[in-house]
Design a protein around this ligand. Structure first.
Ligand code: NDP
Length: 450
């Protein structure tokens, strides 16, 4: 056993004892620490200042009751969370997730990841995450509104534009942000940048809804450019059909790629002719306005196939983009993708690939982009919205797109700088982890034991 393994195992043992029953959190910590333990070993100050031990302990966790009344007059009770993980480089910032699977482990894994994602963007933002075990699916607008108001009636005490900034995420998009912001404004008496992804007409930024998905494709573009290649004519499979999946598909199509699949939690559609702009508009209307199921696609476009419960990972492709949820791509899926010739895998969702799948991609020298780097476009745009709110400005779409492009480029460069292997292969996982870690660790050292 090497010295490196010993240190990692020792730390992970301590983290496991202190956080029982939190598998997703342990998975996320192990993934980051596997890369950064050698950096800590090479820098005794990090060790002396117990940077790793402090990083895995959230600065604050708030768990609260969210009672609300449904349309039938029944009282419902959900559980709300805000995990404020680390504010070493700026005020806490991170999205909200409304999904029945939400629990403390998932909140902590997402908050932990957010610390390094935010650091990578080079914006002065700490990391946090919040949410509730509430399922917006099948709820009326008024039910969603009552839930959001109850959720915010507690959360408002903890957030603020220089304290903790919340934004959208899985199950939380424009509608939910509107209701959350309305209640925050009423309770705090402030029209401020404490919440981002606001509507364009009331403090929101151009391109915020598109940013996470567009950023994914910008990052892939840079990966391919390094290999003297481009997205043109590439076959792309995407999972999910929510915000990130839709906008990744949109940008990929605009750059000449052929998008073959999309999915939701019920199943997957495969369109051998490719999902073009018109078909994607139809999907966006289906998902965002009618709140329908992806299965309806095959009734509208009869060249496509629908597989109930299916995932896209058996469809031959050049680029795979898991954009739905955590741990949605297994070792078996990775083997199928490799067998079918995949060249690039980009984690648009948070931690969608299981550790064994990532290991398999690395082993086969597949270009693999981890979520904290490739999906940082959302946080980048959230940071740009905060800047506009603070300076009472509103930047043009072109200006924001250019800034987003530059941020994604600099994240890619940081990954290449820290992730280059001796044979020239870029280990983007190591690159993203180390680049994100060093800045946070240095700030923690500078600020003393707090
Ligand atoms: P949405 O809620 O808009 O969409 C989520 C999509 O994933 C839906 O199609 C949903 O299907 C599907 N899905 C959810 N759970 C499962 C499951 N267990 N199995 C299969 N499909 C599932 O979320 P976003 O697009 O905003 O987020 C997707 C991912 O990207 C998440 O991991 C999120 O944390 C991450 N992310 C989001 C950012 C943002 O700005 N929005 C920024 C960075 C990361 P269904 O409709 O059936 O629920």
């Amino acid at each position: 056993m090497t010295m490196r393994t010993t240190t990692l195992d020792l730390i992970m043992g301590q983290v496991a004892v202190r956080n029982p029953g939190e598998p997703e959190f342990l998975q996320a910590v192990r993934e980051v620490f596997s890369s950064v333990v050698p950096v800590v070993e090479a820098n005794p100050v990090y060790r002396r200042m117990k940077v790793l031990e402090r990083l895995v302990e959230p600065e604050r966790v708030v768990i609260f009751r969210v009672p609300w009344v449904d349309d039938m007059g029944n009282i419902q009770v959900n559980r709300g969370y805000r995990v404020e993980m680390c504010s070493a480089i700026g005020p806490f910032q991170g999205g909200l997730r409304f999904h029945p699977s939400v629990n403390l482990s998932i909140m902590k894994f997402l908050a932990f990841e957010q610390v390094f994602r935010n650091s990578l963007t080079c914006l002065p933002l700490g990391g946090a995450k919040g949410g509730a075990d509430f399922d917006p699916k099948g709820k009326s607008d008024m039910e969603v509104m009552r839930f959001c108001q109850s959720f915010m009636s507690e959360l408002y005490r903890n957030i603020g534009s220089t304290v903790d900034v919340v934004t959208s995420g899985l199950g939380v998009s424009g509608r939910e942000i509107g209701y959350l912001f309305g209640m925050y404004k009423k309770l705090s008496g402030q029209f401020s940048g404490a919440i981002t992804n606001k509507g364009i007409g009331w403090g929101g930024s151009m391109l915020r809804p598109e940013a996470a998905g567009f950023g994914v494709i910008y990052f892939i573009e840079d990966m391919l450019k390094r290999m003297q290649d481009s997205l043109d004519s590439k076959r792309v499979v995407i999972s999910g059909s929510g915000n990130v999946a839709q906008h990744a598909a949109k940008k990929a199509i605009s750059l000449g790629a052929k998008v073959l699949t999309m999915s939701d939690s019920s199943g997957m559609i495969y369109d051998p002719d490719g999902i073009d702009d018109d078909k994607l508009d139809w999907i966006m209307e289906l998902k965002n306005l009618r709140r329908g199921r992806i299965s309806e696609y095959v009734k509208e476009f009869d060249t496509a196939e629908y597989t109930p419960g299916g995932t896209p990972w058996n469809v031959p492709c050049d680029i795979a983009i898991p954009a739905a949820t955590q741990n949605e791509l297994s070792l078996e899926d990775a083997k199928a993708l490799i067998q079918n010739g995949v060249a690039v895998v980009a984690e648009a969702a948070d931690m969608p690939c299981m550790p064994e799948a990532i290991y398999e991609f690395m082993r086969h020298r597949i270009l693999f982009a981890p979520s904290k780097a490739v999906n940082a476009g959302g946080v980048a745009a959230s940071g740009l919205e905060m800047s506009q709110n603070a300076s009472h400005e509103s930047w043009s779409l072109e200006e924001i797109d250019q800034r987003l492009r530059r941020i994604m480029q600099s994240i890619h460069q940081a990954c290449v700088r820290y992730g280059r292997s001796e044979d020239g292969f870029i280990n983007y996982v190591r690159g993203a982890n180390v680049a994100g870690f060093v800045k946070v660790a240095d700030a923690m050292v500078d600020q003393g034991i707090v």
